[in-house]
Design a protein around this ligand. Structure first.
Ligand code: FES
Ligand SMILES: [Fe+2]
Length: 334
């Protein structure tokens, strides 16, 4: 597979191409033929993929229940017993710090009559008590108490009363879950991505602000919008003073991963020749607030503006429509 080495992507203000001037090869994405030789069959996207309810089932069976899903941040599970709820499609899951050095994930479903054990986004408890008939479960989902056990016939309780667990692993402070017991490990799934991201100190980042937006569209429509910069000059005119989408670099990796490098804070060749007027626009866009440059792409908070530690701004998560609800207050880095 052809791949542009990151070190070849060196920004130099004076060397940026002007509108109409060919972009140097080393600044372009690898040729599509190198990345997906079979790309002919991808040119036309079948509208059914976005509109046909039957395709939702296909995605559920082949994607959401088969891959590693980011359920949350370890920093939300600091104490033993702290947990978060992660809803994905038709499922609701509980991710819990079950021991000092252990994170467990299990279905948010009581094994008696299927009642959901938790209904809020976050919590901390020594056990999970069902609000229907008060069966008790431990931090790994194991059944610890059946109310009035003596009233049940032995055969009625002969099955496994523990809540099924899911695979759970962490990387970079993120907690991932996987519903498929046969899926490759998270390490195998991520492949070379941790190496690529090693300089970003993801483990040390803290959540300052968490934004959930409901978009009235298919999830792929939103994902595609965040996968290209081609639209910046028209859809985000303010940002077009600080982003030159013509030199965006896309890299593709095994396992379906991709990386986009977008130079920010540079002169946009669509704005004509670089000069003092452009520089003034650019500094006013960057200097005041990230949100001024592009409110659609950069959720920000007062805390983010003054933060000197690595900060993680989570938004537009790749989850199906019933994505995780969060309502935590912005937290100052400690
Ligand atoms: S449904 Fe949970 S105890 Fe009955
Ligand atoms: Fe955009």
């Amino acid at each position: 597979m052809g791949k542009v080495a990151p070190e070849t992507f060196v920004l130099g203000q004076s060397s940026l191409p002007a509108e109409g001037v060919a972009v140097p090869q080393e600044r372009k994405s690898p040729p599509i033929d190198d990345v997906t030789p079979e790309h002919d069959r991808y040119y036309l996207v079948d509208p059914a993929r976005h509109l046909d309810p039957a395709h939702v089932d296909v995605e559920w069976d082949k994607l959401w229940t088969k891959t590693w899903l980011c359920a949350g941040r370890l920093s939300d599970l600091n104490d033993v017993g702290s947990w978060l709820r992660f809803d994905v499609g038709r499922e609701s899951l509980i991710v819990c710090r079950s021991a000092e050095d252990e994170i467990s994930a299990f279905y948010n479903v009581c094994q008696h009559r299927g009642n959901q054990l938790v209904s809020t986004d976050f919590g901390k408890s020594s056990r999970f008590v069902c609000r229907y008939h008060s069966w008790n479960y431990g931090r790994t989902g194991q059944c610890e108490r059946v109310t009035d056990r003596d009233l049940f016939k032995a055969e009625a309780l002969c099955g496994d009363l523990n809540i099924p667990q899911l695979r759970c692993d962490t990387y970079g402070g993120f907690v991932f879950v996987n519903m498929d017991p046969n899926a490759p490990s998270l390490t195998e799934h991520l492949g070379e991505i941790p190496d690529i991201l090693s300089g970003y100190l993801l483990d040390e980042m803290v959540v300052l602000n968490d934004v959930v937006l409901d978009m009235d569209c298919n999830w792929k429509t939103m994902l595609e919008a965040f996968s290209e910069n081609y639209h910046v000059h028209k859809a985000h005119p303010a940002a077009s003073w600080v982003v030159d989408e013509r030199i965006t670099q896309m890299d593709f990796y095994a396992g379906g991963h991709a990386r986009r490098i977008t130079p920010v804070g540079v002169h946009n060749s669509r704005r004509g020749a670089a000069g003092p007027a452009c520089a003034a626009k650019r500094s006013s866009c960057i200097g005041a607030s990230p949100s001024k440059a592009c409110t659609a792409l950069t959720p920000s908070s007062p805390a983010a503006a003054s933060n000197t530690r690595p900060a993680l701004l989570v938004g537009g998560q790749l989850t199906p429509p019933s994505s995780m609800r969060r309502s935590v207050a912005p937290r100052a880095p400690g």
